[in-house]
Ligand binder design. Structure first.
Ligand code: FES
Length: 147
């Protein structure tokens, strides 16, 4: 049911933990299952993501997608990080079962929420970044139909 990559990232998740004095922190919840995700970003003066960590109260698919998402944004610019959608993360993991697609949204939403926090603290605007929803349940149904 799960790809080898999903199992690998679930069993050996990368970048678990927290960053003290993070440049941006984002926390989102999923109303569908009640799970929670928090992402910490350390962003340098050139707006490059120097480090990223995550903590989750979520299922195995949420752990695997967050682990992969943190790997995909680490060392990248903010603009590049904005391209890391849940779809990109799922592709990097060789897919997820349709019922687990909503879990992958947690990582994307938490990264966006952390970038929003960073942007607010630094009084900047990040192109394409919208104010995070505190609850990612809205809009999730259409997404699921695509898979
Ligand atoms: Fe809640 Fe997967 S079931 S994040």
């Amino acid at each position: 049911m799960y790809s080898e990559k999903v199992m690998d990232h679930f069993q050996n998740p990368r970048n678990v933990g927290e960053i003290e004095d993070a440049s941006g922190v984002g926390t989102v919840g999923n109303a569908k299952c009640g799970d929670i995700m928090r992402i910490y970003l350390d962003i340098d003066e050139n707006k490059m993501i120097r480090d990223v960590k995550f903590k989750t109260f979520g299922c195995g698919a949420a752990v695997a997608t967050s682990s992969m998402a943190t790997e995909l944004v680490k060392g990248k610019s903010i603009e590049e990080a904005m391209q890391v959608t849940n779809r990109a993360v799922m592709e990097a993991l060789d897919g997820l079962p349709p019922v687990k697609v909503h879990c992958s949204l947690l990582a994307e939403e938490a990264i966006h929420a952390a970038l929003w926090d960073y942007a607010e603290k630094h009084d900047i605007q990040i192109e394409g970044l919208k104010k995070p929803k505190s609850d990612i349940h809205e809009g999730e149904e259409e997404e699921e139909e695509e898979y």
